[in-house]
Design a protein around this ligand. Structure first.
Ligand code: GLU
Length: 286
């Protein structure tokens, strides 16, 4: 059997917090237990929120925690042309369609619906407005430079899939089981954004395959997204890794930690004199 390959894949939209430390340490522990290799991937597709100091910060914070990654480090912003090719290949097969709706337009359409179905993150499923645009209309809008995302035509995509689509799930000791995936609950999800030729979902499945990732270890907040990831892997002919979704570190109110909520960063803890060993101990890695 070939050597397992794992990755820790933070987004440099802020400084890392204890939740990232827990995820990175869990990856490192499982990689060690499985005799695997641990890679680092910088998920910097959000050009508006990525900042050079956050990228440098994540290298510094991980090194401070004593974590080592094998080279090379992959940066998603260097691979937009590969994601664009994958997006275009799916669009050419009519598995994606351009969507010109603004958030406001979608909210207004959804408000008029009698029943609203929501995706696993709580957002209303896209009502399909642009799925029914004529070819001429689409061409005219694109030629006029109208900003657009690319959405999955979920019905067309699911028609290409053997039922049921499965996720390989593994426990930290490496024992695997197979569970069914239900990508339909994401509806016509955005697969490529307006500003960049990818979304988190497309880039993550592309890169996991490109980097030969055999075992994905990440937080439970991304567990439901795996349904969509195995669908994309199937459509793109990519291998599907085994997945382990670990528990989340929560704040005193029970919410998961988040940069956007100003959760204390590893850099703050370090500046206040906390040692890396204390962080490890606090997170159960003594
Ligand atoms: N970049 C994602 C995040 O920081 C993690 C992606 C993944 O592990 O699949 O939440």
């Amino acid at each position: 059997m070939s050597r397992p390959v794992l990755r820790f894949a933070p987004s440099p939209n802020g400084r890392l917090h204890l939740g990232h430390a827990f995820s990175a340490l869990t990856n490192a522990r499982i990689a060690e237990d499985l005799g695997g290799q641990l890679l680092l991937r910088v998920e910097d597709i959000d050009l508006g929120r990525t900042r050079p100091e956050f990228v440098q910060g994540l290298f510094d914070d991980l090194a401070w925690l004593g974590l080592r990654f094998e080279s090379p480090v992959r940066r998603q912003s260097e691979h937009f042309s590969a994601y664009a090719r994958a997006r275009d290949a799916l669009a050419a097969r009519k598995l994606l369609y351009p969507c010109f709706c603004s958030r406001g337009r979608i909210a207004a359409t959804v408000a008029e619906c009698e029943t609203v179905t929501r995706d696993p993150d709580g957002a209303p499923l896209y009502p399909g407005t642009c799925r029914v645009l004529s070819g001429d209309e689409v061409l005219a809008r694109i030629e006029a430079g109208a900003p657009h995302t690319w959405r999955l035509d979920s019905a067309a995509a699911l028609a290409e899939v053997p039922a049921p689509l499965a996720i390989r799930r593994f426990a930290p000791d490496g024992v695997e089981e197979t569970i069914p995936a239900d990508p339909a609950r994401w509806g016509d999800a955005v697969i490529a954004r307006r500003d960049v030729p990818t979304s988190y979902h497309l880039a993550v499945v592309w890169d996991d395959a490109e980097q030969g990732i055999s075992h994905v270890v990440r937080g439970q907040d991304l567990e439901a997204a795996t349904d969509l990831h195995v669908l994309l892997q199937h459509l793109l002919g990519l291998p599907s890794p085994a997945y382990h979704h670990h528990g989340l570190i929560r704040d005193e109110t029970g919410d998961k930690l988040a940069k956007s909520k100003g959760s204390e960063s590893l850099a703050d803890l370090r500046a206040s004199g906390v040692a890396p060993d204390a962080i490890r101990a606090m997170l159960g890695f003594a």
